[in-house]
Every structure is written in C-alpha cells, then in structure tokens.
Design a protein around this ligand. Structure first.
Ligand code: C2E
Ligand code: CA
Ligand code: CA
Ligand code: CA
Length: 279
C-alpha cells in the first residue's frame, strides 16, 4: 500500500492546474534550450518607401523544440523575461545577428541595417552597454549598422536611467528605435529627450487602417509626429497593397510586413537580397 505522503502527492499532482503544469514544463525546457542549440533566427525585411529597396532586417527569435516543434515567441518570451533567461538568450540573439549582418556585408549588401529586439529585463541589466560593446568587438560589426528596438514602457520605467543608457548606446553609433509605438504610455513629453532615430507604428493600427478611420487618424498622427521631431517612421504588419498605398501617400518612410515578406531564415533572405527584390 502507498504511504500517506505519496497519496497526498498524487492528489495534489492530479489537481495541479494543467496550465501551471504546462508552464513549468515549458520553463524547464527553456532552461536547456540554449545548451541544446534549439534557437534560431528569422529575419524580416524592412523596405524603404522612397527607394522600394530592402534597407534593413528585423531579427526575430524562434524556438525549435524537438517535441513541441516551433514555439511562438509570444509563448516563450514572457517566460524567458520572468525567469531572466532572456538575458543569456538575448545575448545569443545579438551575437548571432551581428555575425549574420557581417556575413551579408561581406557578400556585398553593405548598407543593410540589422534590428534586434531588446527586452525590459535586458535593458535593466547593469552591464548592458558592456555586453553590447563586447559583442560588437567580438564580431567586428560597425555599430552604425546595429539598430536596437525598445518599447515605450521599458523606456519610461526609469526615465533618467533610460536616457543615460540610451545616450551611451547612441554615442557608440548604435541606432535606437521605439517598437510598438502608440500602444504603451503616451511618452510624447519625453520623446524628444530620448536619442531615438525611428518610431515603429504598432501593427494593431496598421491592421484596420483602410477600414477604421480612428486607426487611420492615429497612423497619420504618428507619421506627422515622427517627422516634426525629425524621426524616421516605419509601419509594421503591412499585409496589403491598400495599406501600403495609404502609408506611401502619408509619407511613411519604411514598411515591414507579410505584404513584402514574412520573416525568413538567413539563407532565404540572402536569396531575396541577391535577386534585388523591390516593392
Ligand atoms: P515585435 O517586435 O513587434 O515583432 C513583430 C511581430 O510581427 C513578429 O512576430 C512578426 O513575425 C510579426 N509580423 C511581421 N509582419 C507581420 C504581418 O504582416 N502581419 C502579422 N500579423 N504579423 C506580422 P513574432 O516573430 O511572432 O514575434 C513576436 C514578438 O516576440 C515580437 O514582437 C517581439 O516583441 C518578441 N521577440 C521576437 N524576437 C525577439 C528577440 O530576439 N528578443 C526579444 N526580447 N523579443 C523578441
Ligand atoms: Ca520589434
Ligand atoms: Ca513591434
Ligand atoms: Ca509586439
């Protein structure tokens, strides 16, 4: 017969919230994912509306787990954030992206920017600037080709500290952009104090642009705001010709989205660059 303790355990275990169990399993596997080499990067083109050409790529992390298949970042990035795993994972992303960027330059695609997402947890690391410097030195990438994407909420959590860190990155020659612009706190007051180069219009506004006049008004306002502050503006999540036309008419500088290309593995993106694909 089983002992009391074990019965209690079985009882507890059987009643454990299944989503909690799932979460613990995911967390456990995430702990080993770097060592097991399960991460890979996809790259999505950013296209100039002035020249029609690919002028940058955004690096998007993918987790290829043997049992689960391809796990969506929406599912594992929040866990990586909470556990702090995003710090070593993020460093791997940065190093791999910088190395890839250098390879593209060696192949003659010399003006291509590479954008990397930075999470709140990474941004708050004491040694962020040091880490970025080390990666740039180790890979040999010119910092002017590196763009770091930050979110509004991350920036205004501790404004003075954020400005300090952003100034250091900016002074190194790194380009900074605000991701998901319009969805976070309205930081219009602070916008001019941050050394920012680009606003990225969140895809939720782009999605219904053509059918929802409120979203269209928000997009118009962000483009005007960006340009009056001398910032570059890029719309993400562009899926249709109608959205593209609208954005082009309003003077948006760049687009990114399935309309031009989904995020792609490096070698497929290389093919697009070789073909010289334009809008
Ligand atoms: P994000 O930075 O806003 O990235 C844009 C997301 O929109 C990507 O989702 C991209 O695949 C998707 N997307 C691009 N074009 C379209 C389109 O036309 N239509 C639609 N519906 N979606 C489009 P993904 O790759 O699933 O990444 C989700 C989020 O995960 C990212 O949102 C970012 O916040 C986070 N993430 C991804 N990679 C990294 C990373 O390396 N580090 C960190 N810290 N976060 C990352
Ligand atoms: Ca992003
Ligand atoms: Ca975004
Ligand atoms: Ca997002």
């Amino acid at each position: 017969a089983q002992k009391q303790g074990l019965n209690n355990y079985h009882f507890y275990s059987a009643n454990l919230n299944s989503s909690l169990q799932e979460r613990l399993a995911l967390e456990n596997e995430l702990y080993h994912a770097l060592d097991r080499d399960e991460f890979l990067l996809h790259y999505q083109p950013q296209v100039s509306l002035h020249s029609g050409r690919i002028i940058g790529v955004e690096t998007l992390l993918r987790w290829q787990n043997p049992a689960r298949g391809l796990v969506s970042p929406a599912k594992f990035i929040p866990i990586a954030e909470e556990t702090g795993l995003i710090v070593p994972i993020g460093e791997w992303v940065l190093r791999t992206a910088c190395t890839q960027s250098l390879a593209w330059q060696a192949q003659g695609f010399s003006a291509l920017k590479i954008a990397v997402n930075l999470s709140a947890r990474q941004f708050k690391q004491q040694n962020l600037v040091e880490t970025v410097t080390q990666v740039l030195n180790a890979t040999g990438l010119d910092p002017h080709y590196l763009e770091l994407e930050l979110t509004e909420s991350l920036m205004i959590d501790n404004i003075q500290q954020s400005i300090n860190i952003m100034r250091q990155l900016h002074n190194m020659g790194i380009v900074l952009s605000v991701d998901d612009f319009g969805t976070g706190y309205s930081s219009l007051n602070y916008l001019k104090r941050f050394p920012i180069h680009t606003l990225k219009i969140d895809q939720s506004f782009v999605h219904d642009l053509v059918v929802d006049s409120d979203d269209a008004a928000i997009v118009d306002a962000i483009i005007s705001l960006a340009h009056s502050l001398n910032l570059n503006v890029i719309a993400e999540g562009v899926e249709s010709q109608e959205q593209l036309n609208y954005l082009q008419n309003k003077g948006c500088d760049e687009i990114q989205g399935y309309y031009f290309s989904r995020p792609l593995p490096a070698n497929t993106l290389t093919q697009l660059l070789e073909e010289g694909k334009t809008l």
